[in-house]
Design a binder for this molecule. Sequence first.
Ligand SMILES: [Zn+2]
Length: 81
Amino acid sequence: MATAIGTPHPDLMNPIRNLKCCCCGGRYEGRQFHNQDTGWGLGDCCVEYVRPHMDSIEDMERTYGLRGVHYNLDPEHSEQS
Ligand SMILES: [Zn+2]
C-alpha cells in the first residue's frame, strides 16, 4: 500500500539509522536531518509531544524534518534501499 506524498523527499535516499531522540534521549530508527546534530533527531516517541509546541507543520519540518522521512517511518518502506 503506497501512500502518495508527491515528489519523494531527497533524504529518503539516506540510510535509516539508530538515532537518539533530542527530546528524551531514547533510541529510535530514523534518518539524519541536517538541522539536527549528527546521531540525534526527533524520535517517534516525542513527535506527539513536540508537535503542539511548534508554530506550524512547516516550522516543525524545518526544525526536525518530515514525518515518514526522518521520523515516524513507515515500516513497510524501511526495508527498501
Ligand atoms: Zn523522545
